[in-house]
Design a protein around this ligand. Structure first.
Ligand code: HAM
Length: 432
């Protein structure tokens, strides 16, 4: 193949119908989004949409200066007007910004929002990790009740169950608050200090500026040292411990299995109390986190709103599609049209075009081949489109005001009056 003049940017996907790799398939992706939207409504969540870019400061302040996302991965640019904007690397901060800016907190009670959003992170692309990715997410704002944590986790798991992924691991932790973390971070640093020489330059910088972020490392030796450190959960306040225990009990009562992981801190500075991750053991890549989330009880006030606790999650659509294809899930491609118009002769074409419009007007999916071609070629096109019926029309049919309705799967053909085609196709008059 000659060198392409233009190629999509590294780490991005083109999405189109019928793609071989499900991660590229627009129809299967749309089906996941539809299932998620429906489920969110069942749980009482309404959809929120925010801009694709925001003030850079919103992300640096909320996600945290010492995080990978802020220090290495943001697509930041300066506008002609001199403002620094960033393509959103995640949606929690933007959703909370919108919650505050639009006064949604004034409605009182718990505000339950969901989103389907594209995110941008300048990461090293590999299977399951891209520079543009989409998340299905929720944010529930206005309560610290651990029952809400349980609901949010249950919603994520219900989504995976609904789409046919049942083999999952739920990793669970509580990261406490800035206050309880202070004592923990002192202990963590005391444990790491004698080994600091074995840490990478980045690890040492984190030790100095944001020690919790040392736990985000992928470096095997650093992990080994950190795993021998005291666990954050040992430093929780009584109230935080009680909150976590209540959540665990709710999950047990609901029959939701989980693995406690005292080292799960999840790469964002905004988490308080609950942090969780949903992993798929089946996915053949290091990027096995299908989704993750947690509480952020200080974030709304940090963004400038009233003190409002909240919890949410984000599920990666691309990784979900990779798993679905890998496990051979039952997720058929989008169906072809019900009817495919096939015409022969000059007189039949305009009549056929009118029939096509009428079928569509009555909600029956219908298509045809464009450009003059033989009946045989048109029938081949109908097969290619995976149509269920061919609506065949020649001069004789036009004269008699009928069409030949041909099943493309059942091997029968009937002459059907034009006025009755829609009824045949939608009313089940056609033999199967
Ligand atoms: P996150 O863990 O960074 O959390 O992202 C959530 C999910 O998005 C990941 O588990 C993964 O499936 C997917 N994802 C993230 N980065 C990439 C990437 N580069 N390529 C492909 N997929 C990716 C958040 O973003 C938090 N805002 C979640 C949250 C909501 N916490 C509370 N509320």
């Amino acid at each position: 193949m000659p060198q392409l003049k233009y190629q999509r940017p590294t780490g991005t996907h083109d999405l189109y119908p019928g793609a071989e790799r499900w991660v590229d398939d627009s129809d299967r992706r749309a089906a996941l989004v539809e299932t998620f939207r429906h489920l969110c409504r069942v749980y009482g969540y309404g959809e929120i949409r925010t801009p694709v870019f925001e003030a850079t400061d919103l992300f640096t302040r909320s996600i945290g200066e010492g995080t990978d996302i802020v220090s290495k991965e943001m697509y930041t640019f300066t506008t002609k007007g001199g403002d620094s904007l960033t393509l959103r690397p995640e949606s929690t901060a933007p959703v909370l910004r919108a919650f505050v800016e639009n006064g949604l907190h004034a409605r009182g009670g718990v505000t339950k929002l969901f989103y389907v959003a594209t995110h941008f992170r300048y990461e090293r692309p590999t299977k399951g990790r891209y520079r543009q990715h989409e998340q299905l997410g929720v944010e529930a704002l206005g309560s610290d009740d651990p029952a809400l944590d349980a609901e949010v986790i249950e919603l994520a798991l219900a989504f995976y169950r609904r789409i046919g992924i049942s083999e999952l691991t739920l990793k669970l932790n509580s990261v406490g608050s800035a206050l309880s973390r202070a004592a923990y971070l002192t202990a963590l640093k005391a444990h790491v200090e004698p080994h600091l020489g074995e840490f990478s330059e980045e690890g040492r910088a984190r030790f100095a500026h944001n020690p919790l972020r040392m736990l985000d490392t992928k470096n095997a030796r650093e992990l080994e040292i950190l795993r021998a450190a005291p666990a954050l959960t040992e430093y929780l306040s009584d109230e935080e411990r009680a909150h976590f225990e209540t959540l665990c009990r709710y999950l047990q009562d609901a029959g939701v299995p989980y693995d406690l992981d005292p080292y799960l801190v999840r790469g964002f500075d905004y988490y308080t109390k609950t942090a969780f991750e949903i992993q798929a053991p089946s996915i053949q890549t290091a990027q096995n986190a299908l989704g993750g989330g947690g509480r952020y009880n200080r974030l709304v006030s940090e963004i400038g709103g009233p003190n409002t606790p909240g919890i949410g999650f984000g599920l990666g659509i691309e990784r979900t599609l990779l798993v679905l294809q890998e496990i051979g899930a039952d997720m058929p491609p989008a169906p072809g049209p019900v009817a495919f118009l096939v015409t022969q002769g000059e007189r039949a074409r305009p009549v056929g075009v009118r029939i096509l419009a009428e079928l569509r007007a009555s909600g029956i999916s219908a298509d045809t081949a464009y450009g003059a071609s033989s009946m045989k070629a048109q029938l081949r096109a109908a097969d290619r489109a995976r149509a269920r019926y061919a609506v065949i029309l020649g001069d004789d049919e036009v004269a008699q005001d009928v069409v030949q309705l041909k099943s493309l799967t059942g091997g029968w053909q009937h002459a059907v009056p034009v006025a009755e085609i829609a009824e045949w196709l939608s009313g089940g008059r056609a033999p199967s």
